[in-house]
Design a protein around this ligand. Structure first.
Ligand code: ADP
Ligand code: MG
Length: 510
């Protein structure tokens, strides 16, 4: 299988959002008749790359070629006309329309200038039959499960003769049987010469299907590999960014001064999100959570903060013990949570840095916040100085700051509430290397105080070196349960990686 020319090639792609560099010099080559897995952790830039490819985003730099010719699609329809079919991560179908209408929408078969409904239904049946799916195509899509809806989205893409089929995390909502059905279809399409780009973060699925793998990390292309040449361990290594030479990271192995436990979770669990988890966090301690996407890190954080309600188990802090029913209870108990979703739950881009910092305090105190303008200004200035937030002044809209400085301002928002426990979920996502180091220094300084009375921090990051660098203790999660625990000093990258990359137990794989 030596194909000299890729059907689709991207080179030197750059794409930024306000304050976030989503893609830096990214390249990708796709050959006819292959399934190519695009892998990387949450936030690596996979979806953005695909949206650049299909004209939803315009890159600041870079080149896309199709069959050797430069293309610059500006709308999805343009990409489709060129033979690039895409099923996005966020399936956008109209559930109130019939299955057949969804499959044919935009390209209805017509007769005498009018939509030929018989042909529409027949066409839908034909495409679904390719996927061994036999359902009533005249029924509204809402009648069917999410997994059938996902298959319909794929059927819609398959209807048109394509050169390239792109699937962004198509299997996240599919059950095992549906995944098998999808894979059978994809293998058939591959043998017909289609180039398939398959975005996933499931290792098992990658090895079951992919010929070639491109790994993205942190907005950059880490590398391109033949699936048969890349071991599971090596792949995870590349996704989480451990150094290839396996040199042990230099760590300060002195145990920090820590105090009594401030947060304890026992048997904390939620169906479909987290198996019962025990966890203890001491005063002045940084506890890192390591693991791949879907391993349960964010799920654990959300349960500890009451953003989701646990089905079982409980959380204990100084005075409170029980199950959180809302974040308000957790906040009252001194817990703060900087979510990974900066865009939706975090910065309000057109508000000033000061107002962004004051938000959590305001929310907690409600109308009782009796702070005059000078006091608000002093508080904001204090955090700008303490965390080294680079901004012309506190009145600047936060959207004008770089990603790293936005992130620090969000941390300041929670620090202003003087929490006992600070949960940081992916605080370094999308920010540059210097800003990352800065932020990690700030995290360690908050926790590590001479008197052992610093803040307690739960630090979540997809970048293993960061977790190892920041944490006094690391809890490794895999398949939504704890899989290993390491203290600083006994921390060694190789063993953490092996735990992360381990195959699922035989019983679970079956
Ligand atoms: P992946 O699909 O690999 O999980 P994404 O491409 O969705 O990653 O995101 C890459 C980075 O770009 C992340 O830091 C994300 O927060 C950021 N990002 C993605 N889309 C937007 C957007 N529309 N506006 C601002 N930031 C975005
Ligand atoms: Mg994505």
């Amino acid at each position: 299988m030596t194909t000299p020319q890729p059907v689709l090639a991207l080179t030197g792609i750059h794409k930024s959002f306000p304050g976030v560099k989503a893609l830096t010099d990214v390249s990708l080559r796709l050959y006819p008749g292959e399934v190519h897995a695009l892998m990387g952790q949450n936030g690596a830039g996979k979806s953005t790359l695909i949206k650049v490819l299909t004209g939803l985003y315009t890159p600041e730099a870079g080149r896309i070629t199709l069959d050797g010719e430069t293309i610059a699609p500006r709308r999805t329809e343009e990409a489709q006309a060129l033979g690039i079919q895409t099923v996005y991560q966020e399936v956008n179908l109209c559930t109130n329309l019939s299955v057949a209408e969804n499959i044919c929408a935009g390209r209805f078969p017509r007769k005498w200038g009018r939509i030929d409904w018989q042909a529409v239904n027949a066409e839908a049946k034909r495409v679904l039959a390719q996927m061994d799916l036999d359902i009533d195509v005249t029924a509204p899509l809402s009648r069917y499960s999410l997994s059938v809806q996902q298959m319909v989205a794929i059927a819609r893409a398959l209807r048109v003769q394509a050169k390239v089929l792109i699937l962004d995390e198509p299997t996240s909502s599919l059950d095992d049987a549906a995944v098998q059905r999808l894979f059978t279809v994809l293998k058939r399409l591959r043998s017909q010469g289609l180039a398939i780009l398959f975005v996933t973060h499931f290792l098992d699925q990658t090895y079951a299907l992919a010929d070639r793998i491109t790994v993205m990390r942190n907005g950059e292309t880490e590398g391109e590999y033949l699936a048969s040449d890349l071991s599971r361990l090596a792949l995870v290594n590349k996704m989480v960014g451990a150094p290839p030479d396996q040199q042990p990271t230099r760590l300060d192995s002195r145990a920090p001064k820590t105090g009594a436990p401030v947060l304890k979770a026992q048997g904390l669990s939620r169906r479909g999100a987290l198996h019962p988890l025990d966890l203890e966090l001491r005063r002045g301690e940084v506890l890192g959570l390591a693991g791949l996407l879907g391993s349960g890190r964010t799920e654990a954080a959300r349960l500890l903060f009451g953003a989701d309600t646990a089905d079982a188990g409980h959380v204990e802090t100084g005075e409170h013990s029980g199950r959180w029913h809302s974040p308000r209870q957790a906040i009252a108990a001194g817990i703060a949570f900087c979510s990974e979703d900066r865009k939706h739950e975090g910065a309000i881009l057109d508000l000033s840095v000061r107002d962004n910092i004051l938000l959590a305090l305001q929310a907690r105190a409600g109308l009782r916040l009796v702070m005059n303008h000078e006091q608000q200004q002093a508080l904001a200035d204090d955090y700008i100085q303490r965390l080294g937030i680079k901004t012309p002044n506190a009145d600047t809209p936060i959207g004008q700051l770089s990603g790293g400085n936005q992130q620090k301002a969000l941390m300041a928002r929670w620090l202003a509430t003087d929490p006992a426990v600070l949960i940081l979920d992916e605080p370094t996502r999308g920010i540059d290397v210097r800003a990352k180091e800065d932020l990690m220094d700030a995290v360690r300084a908050l926790a590590h105080r001479e008197d052992g009375q610093g803040m307690s921090i739960l630090f979540i990051s997809s970048e293993l070196p960061e977790v190892l660098h920041c944490s006094d203790r690391v809890l490794v999660l895999r398949d939504r349960r704890a899989a290993g625990e390491y203290r600083r000093g006994e921390l060694d990258e190789r063993s953490v990686l092996e735990v992360i990359a381990a195959e699922p137990a035989a019983t679970e794989a079956a």
